[in-house]
Design a binder for this molecule. Structure first.
Ligand SMILES: [Zn+2]
Length: 131
């Protein structure tokens, strides 16, 4: 049944954490840009306040937000904890998917579903706040 020779629980956990953090970062970008009709390719990520382009060290999921305590490194504007929450929720869901499914073809649609679901729920919550 296993399609991947290293398919152990520890490997699933590590792979789930790594891919979950990457997809979590992607999900924060989607949930910010899609409702604002900003391209998801250009421009590169920037501070919403001072528009300074973010460097790779500012884009490490979860860690960057924690290290800078939710502030922009340049202008000290507050960066919403939504980024941290979205990254953590996405990572948790991806880890569960990896542990439950392992490395099988079903994993791909499951990951796409997680990203789509978290993005839509986030946009929905944000929209209701604006009403
Ligand atoms: Zn800034």
């Amino acid at each position: 049944m296993d399609m991947f020779p290293f398919d152990t629980m520890w490997f699933r956990l590590l792979a789930g954490l790594l891919i979950g953090l990457i997809l979590g970062s992607f999900t924060t970008m989607l949930s910010y840009r899609v409702p604002r009709r900003i391209s998801i390719v250009q421009p590169p990520s920037q501070c919403p306040q001072c528009h300074t382009p973010l460097k790779p060290r500012d884009l490490v999921p979860v860690l960057s937000w924690l290290i800078e305590r939710g502030q922009c490194r340049h202008c000290r504007a507050t960066i919403s904890p939504r980024y941290l929450v979205i990254e953590l929720v996405t990572t948790a869901a991806v880890v569960v998917a990896f542990l439950a499914l392992g490395f099988c073809p079903t994993l791909i649609p499951a990951l796409i579903g997680i990203v789509a679901l978290v993005t839509l729920v986030t946009i929905n919550i944000e929209r209701q706040k604006d009403l």
